[in-house]
Design a protein around this ligand. Structure first.
Ligand code: NAD
Length: 340
C-alpha cells in the first residue's frame, strides 16, 4: 500500500488531541517524526503513539527524516514561516486553520506552493461532517429551492489565561473571528459553493480582559444574494453551546444542532415544503420534517484522506487553500474597517 510519510510540527495541542488519533485510523498515514517547541512535549507525544523520531527543532527534523508531507499545528503566527520551511525541504503541507496572520502572508505562501507544484491544504474539517455533506447535497439537488438565509453559531468558553497565544493579537491575528468564525465562513462557502460578496462585523471584548474580541456578529451577503449571519463567542459556557446552522430557502429549511464541533455528532432537521400560493388565512401547518444524525465518523481522518488522495496521485487542487485565503482577506477587512 502506498503511504504518505508525515512529519508533524507542533505536536502538543490539537495534533495530539484530535489530528494524530484521526490520522492513525487510516493506514495510508505513516507518521515518521514529530516536533514541538517544548522538547518534553515532542518526546511525550512520540512515546505515547510509538513514533520513531522526535525533535524540538523543525529544520533539524526536516533535514534528518525524509517525508512526503508536513502537518503544521502551531499557533497562527508560526504558520507562514513553518510552511515555507517545509516547502524549502520539498514537502507538501497540511496546515491548521486559519491560513496565516494576514492575507498578504497567505497569498505569498499559496503562490510559493503553486510555483513549486506542491500541495497546500488548510484544516477546515467541518465540511467533512456527514450532516454538512448531506446539507450540501440537498441544496445542490434543489432540496431547499433557492437559498435565501444562512445562519451559523459557534461558541466556546475561553476565559483569561495569562500568556495564551490566542489572546494576544500579534500571535493569533484576532479572537473569536480568527478562531471560530473562519470555520463558519468556510462551511458557508463549501455548502453553498458561493463566495461572499461582503462581510461586516460587530465585535467586542465584553466578558474577559484580553485584547482580542470575545464576541462577534458577522452579517454577510453572498455573490448570488444569500443573506446571513455568523455569531461567534468565547463567552458562552461549553455546556450551553448549540453549534447550530440554519438554512432557509424557497422550498424548505435545514436546521442542525451540535454539528459545529470537533466531533461528527449532532442532528439535522430537514423540511421540504414548497408552497405555491400565498396562504391568506395564515393557518400554518409545519412541513413534514426528516431528522438525520451525526454518524460518529472522524472528520480529521477524512480531511487527511482527501489530502493523501492528491499526494498519492500526484494531482494538485488548491480550491481549499484559495478559499482559506479568501476567508483571511475578509477577516483582514473586518478587523480593519468594522466597529470594535
Ligand atoms: N481544526 C481544529 O479542530 C482546530 C482545533 C484547535 C486548534 N486548531 C488550530 O491548530 C493550531 C494550534 O492550535 P492549538 O489549539 O493546538 O494550540 P496549542 O497552544 O494548544 O498547541 C500548539 C502546540 O504547538 C507548540 N508550539 C508552539 N510554538 C511552536 C513552534 N514555534 N514550533 C513548534 N511547536 C510550537 C506548542 O508547544 C503546543 O504543543 C492553530 O492554528 C489553531 O487555530 C484547529
Amino acid at each position: 500500500m502506498k503511504k504518505v510519510r508525515w512529519c508533524i510540527i507542533g505536536a502538543g495541542g490539537i495534533a495530539d488531541r484530535r489530528s494524530i488519533p484521526g490520522m492513525l485510523l487510516d493506514p495510508h498515514n505513516e507518521i515518521v517524526a514529530v516536533m514541538d517547541a517544548v522538547p518534553t512535549v515532542a518526546q511525550a507525544v512520540a512515546e505515547k503513539y510509538g513514533f520513531p523520531n522526535y525533535f524540538s527543532n523543525a529544520e533539524e527534523m526536516l533535514k534528518t527524516v525524509p517525508c512526503d508531507a508536513v502537518y503544521i499545528a502551531t499557533p497562527v503566527f508560526c504558520h507562514y514561516e513553518q510552511a515555507m520551511l517545509a516547502l524549502k525541504y520539498g514537502c507538501n503541507v497540511f496546515m491548521e486553520k486559519p491560513i496565516t496572520l494576514s492575507a498578504k502572508e497567505g497569498k505569498k505562501l499559496l503562490d510559493a506552493f503553486k510555483k513549486a507544484d506542491k500541495q497546500l491544504m488548510i484544516g477546515y474539517m467541518m465540511g467533512y461532517h456527514n450532516l454538512h455533506v448531506k446539507a450540501r447535497n440537498l441544496i445542490q439537488s434543489g432540496g431547499l429551492g433557492d437559498v435565501n438565509l444562512f445562519k451559523l453559531q459557534f461558541t466556546c468558553w475561553y476565559p483569561d489565561i495569562p500568556g495564551a497565544w490566542r489572546q494576544t493579537r500579534a500571535y493569533s491575528g484576532g479572537g473569536a473571528i480568527m478562531d471560530l468564525a473562519v470555520h463558519c465562513m468556510e462551511l458557508f462557502t463549501s455548502i453553498t459553493g458561493e463566495d461572499f460578496q461582503k462581510c461586516t462585523a460587530y465585535f467586542t471584548t465584553k466578558t474577559f480582559n484580553y485584547e482580542v474580541e470575545d464576541s462577534a456578529v458577522i452579517t454577510f451577503k453572498s455573490e448570488k444574494g444569500i443573506l446571513g449571519h455568523i455569531d461567534v463567542n468565547f463567552n458562552v459556557p461549553d455546556n450551553a453551546a448549540t453549534g447550530k446552522m440554519e438554512i432557509y430557502g424557497t422550498a424548505g429549511s435545514i436546521i442542525t444542532e451540535g454539528t459545529l464541533s470537533q466531533e461528527e455528532a449532532g442532528k439535522m432537521k430537514y423540511i421540504y415544503s414548497p408552497q405555491g400560493d400565498y396562504e391568506a388565512q395564515q393557518q400554518r401547518v409545519t412541513g413534514k420534517a426528516m431528522t438525520y444524525y451525526g454518524k460518529g465518523g472522524n472528520m480529521y481522518t477524512k480531511q487527511f484522506a482527501a489530502f493523501n488522495k492528491l499526494i498519492l496521485s500526484g494531482k494538485r487542487d488548491y480550491t481549499n487553500a484559495e478559499r482559506a485565503l479568501r476567508i483571511q482577506e475578509l477577516c483582514d477587512h473586518m478587523y480593519k474597517h468594522n466597529q470594535y
